[in-house]
Design a protein around this ligand. Structure first.
Ligand code: CA
Length: 283
């Protein structure tokens, strides 16, 4: 390395990042945030979660195209978890899986490689450097582990949205597994989660107890900035937020109807219960 201190002409060095994902509206937002925050996103691997992988891989390409990054490769994983059947997500993500935003069909082709192979390839290409951000069931990561048992040593860091590590007032209400502390990404493919959590990665897991905290929601200042923005991502983000808000209102209204049907108008406070939350909203 030369000792030239003039850094202005050097290319910006960013940590290579791979996002494993199941968009789905929340992951669509996460991908937009990742791109806008300047992460060195090198590849996206799509897995079955909120929708099956054929749809999540298409949605990932739609979001990348929206953000002007259709050059980032997207590879598709399996259509089902490792050993269990694919469970339908009780929360609706809209007919298109992206809050009915009607984004155009992707024009960029799917990467022909199997998604777990892309994870292994990128980890080998950047030994000790790659950060993997897993926003979905861990099927792809577990399959990558089977192909390359050294993956935990090759990957610099694995960050997971998954699991639940405490009981809080918000997590249970938004849990989509089979009980109030059961988190969707682990619920869908628990065998994959077990393999990944025990593999020896330098791992950070952000659980349901943290990810559902209301202070992480967009605040008034964020919404004002989005409304003032002319970027296509901002318009889609506002549409997504409206969809989620309306979806919540429909759940409340339905619960209200159920309560009145059982005990009349004074049957109890309006509060979405587990039974209402677990039914899929019809659009
Ligand atoms: Ca996800």
């Amino acid at each position: 390395m030369c000792a030239n201190r003039d850094t202005s002409r050097r290319p910006r060095v960013t940590t290579p990042v791979l996002i494993d994902t199941d968009p789905g509206i929340d992951d669509a937002v996460a991908i937009m945030f990742a791109l806008r925050s300047g992460l060195g996103l090198r590849a996206v691997t799509a897995v079955s979660g909120n929708l099956t992988a054929d749809r999540t891989s298409a949605n990932a390409r739609k979001i990348l195209a929206l953000a002007g990054r259709a050059d980032i490769p997207v590879a598709q994983g399996p259509l089902a978890p490792l050993v269990r059947p694919y469970p339908r997500d009780p929360f609706s993500h809209g007919d298109d899986g992206l809050a009915n935003t009607g984004l155009p069909a992707p024009t960029a082709p799917l990467d022909p490689r199997f998604a777990p192979d892309v994870i292994v390839d990128l980890a080998r290409e950047h030994p000790g450097e790659l950060t993997v951000i897993a926003l979905a069931p861990l099927t792809n990561i577990a399959l990558a582990l089977m192909r390359e048992p050294e993956l935990p040593r090759l990957v610099r860091r694995l960050v997971i949205i998954g699991g639940s590590f405490g009981i809080g007032p918000w997590g249970g209400r938004r849990a989509t597994g089979d009980n109030p502390v059961s988190e969707w990404n682990v619920y869908v493919d628990p065998e994959a989660a077990r393999a990944v959590f025990h593999a020896g990665f330098r791992l950070t897991a952000i659980g349901l107890d943290v990810a559902t905290r209301p202070e992480l929601d967009l605040g008034a200042a964020h919404l004002a900035a989005l409304a003032a923005s002319s970027t296509p991502e901002a318009a889609v983000l506002l549409d997504v937020r409206a969809f989620v808000r309306d979806r919540g209102l429909r759940r409340l209204l339905r619960t209200d109807r159920l309560a009145r049907g059982r005990g009349g108008p004074g049957a109890g406070p309006l509060r979405p219960g587990r039974s209402a939350g677990r039914r899929r909203d019809q659009e």
